[in-house]
Design a protein. Structure first.
Length: 43
């Protein structure tokens, strides 16, 4: 789901507020992103 839609549905004035409230880090997704970036960079 895109961030603007989520912000609208939650009644938030801006997507930035939604990120500030719900944008906490997820270690599992962080590792997955690092793995994908490493593959692209050939690391």
């Amino acid at each position: 789901m895109d961030l603007n839609t989520v912000a609208d549905r939650l009644g938030h004035a801006t997507p930035a507020f939604t990120l500030a409230v719900y944008g906490h880090s997820d270690p599992e997704r962080d590792r997955a992103a690092a793995g994908k970036l490493g593959a692209v960079l050939g690391l």
